[in-house]
Write a protein that binds this ligand. Sequence first.
Ligand SMILES: [Zn+2]
Ligand SMILES: [Zn+2]
Length: 303
Amino acid sequence: MPVLCSRCRGAPAEVRVAAGRLRLCPDCFIEYFEERLMKTVQEFKMFRPGERLAVAVSGGKDSGALLHALRRVYPNLELLALHINLGIKGYSDHCEEKVRRLADMDGAELRVLRIGEMGFTVDDFLKTIYRNRVCSPCGVIKRHLLDSMTLESGVKTLATGHNLDDVLSTMLETFFAGDLAQLIRLKPVLPSRHPKQTKKIKPLIRLSEFEDYMYALYTEIPIRSENCPHSPAIKKGREVLEALGKGRPGFRYQALSLFLKKLIPILEREITQPELKTCGRCGFPSSEDICAYCKRVDLVKGN
Ligand SMILES: [Zn+2]
Ligand SMILES: [Zn+2]
């Protein structure tokens, strides 16, 4: 006898959901996923239903699940999907194709920026001092361009597909690096601190990577099947997280809740965020006179 779904009791259960100790059938899992996203949006007052919302889509399962679930939960929301084609050989065009099909399926307006048309690609960083850690300049470039695309479109809020595992593993890495000011940036809602900075929201912060994957699978959304050739097989924070959570299904949810309710308020009281200047070149926020984005672009273009 198959185990029956804890919700509908009519269909065989296929997915275990750690947060509520549930075993769900595919339909009830989709429902569970969308309810959890909606509750997160409401709890942290992420946006208003009539607002125009930008969503960063990479072609992967997390941002794909995010766009699709937002569309299903908020059918009238004006969604602007933003995609950056990073010019990575054998990868970026594949991602862009999936994003185009997804935006079409979800009736989202799509804007694509190809950095190749700006005179460089992420692959070009292999010829620089970043050759062993291309993800670092790639992250800087993506963040900057997503902000500028959002602002150019007249939208104030940008949603990203960071999931529970992303936030917790980055939290561990940042904590061990001793960068306490940076920890605050993992909050579910980051208000803008500069006229050229968007408000950032993480509607998937209470959903795990596995749950995003299952949602993408069950809803049959187009997602990439290639992996980025530059991304490391195992990330440090992820390893620590796996070890800590082994055999403790509720661990991740408790850790997130402790982080948000206990640690963040203390950090916000005690740590002064570094003052934001304005980049003399592009006018975007920066901690120095010239921002990290402008420096990386100069480097890769050999200026
Ligand atoms: Zn069910
Ligand atoms: Zn700049």
